[in-house]
Design a protein around this ligand. Structure first.
Ligand code: SF4
Length: 123
């Protein structure tokens, strides 16, 4: 029996099939104040490049942006916006192309973005 006035020590539940592991990102996603929880969730997984750019901008205010991106890269998320970046098959891409053949302007902009990212040391 514990001494009067002292609460019993908290118990840590064992992990197993009935109690799945919860990682940092899962815990943080329950926080309703994250931008992706406040805005339309479809933006983060849209097929439209403009929607993904909007999601990236909204991620800019997120307090867990770095953890979100590193977790997504670790898990090799297949698609979507994570930590302010667009992931495609587990890798960061500069931007999602619209359907169809890219225009010369798009290709030039992609080259500029890639050069700027390389200069900044971003993969
Ligand atoms: S950084 Fe991650 S957690 Fe934050 S708004 Fe973007 S997708 Fe959501």
């Amino acid at each position: 029996m514990s001494p009067a006035g002292l609460a019993a020590a908290p118990t840590i539940p064992e992990t197993g099939p009935e109690t799945p592991d919860i990682d940092l990102f899962d815990a943080l996603t329950v926080v309703d104040d994250l931008p992706c929880r406040r805005a339309e969730e479809d933006l983060w997984f849209s097929d439209l490049p403009a929607d993904l750019e909007r999601a990236k901008a909204l991620c800019g205010d997120c307090p867990v942006r770095r953890a979100c991106l590193s977790g997504a890269l670790e898990r090799r998320e297949y698609c979507g916006v994570w930590g302010g970046e667009i992931l495609d098959r587990g890798a960061v891409i500069a931007r999602k192309r619209p359907r169809g053949r890219p225009s010369k302007a798009d290709l030039a902009r992609d080259a500029e973005i890639a050069a700027a990212r390389a200069a900044a040391g971003v993969a």
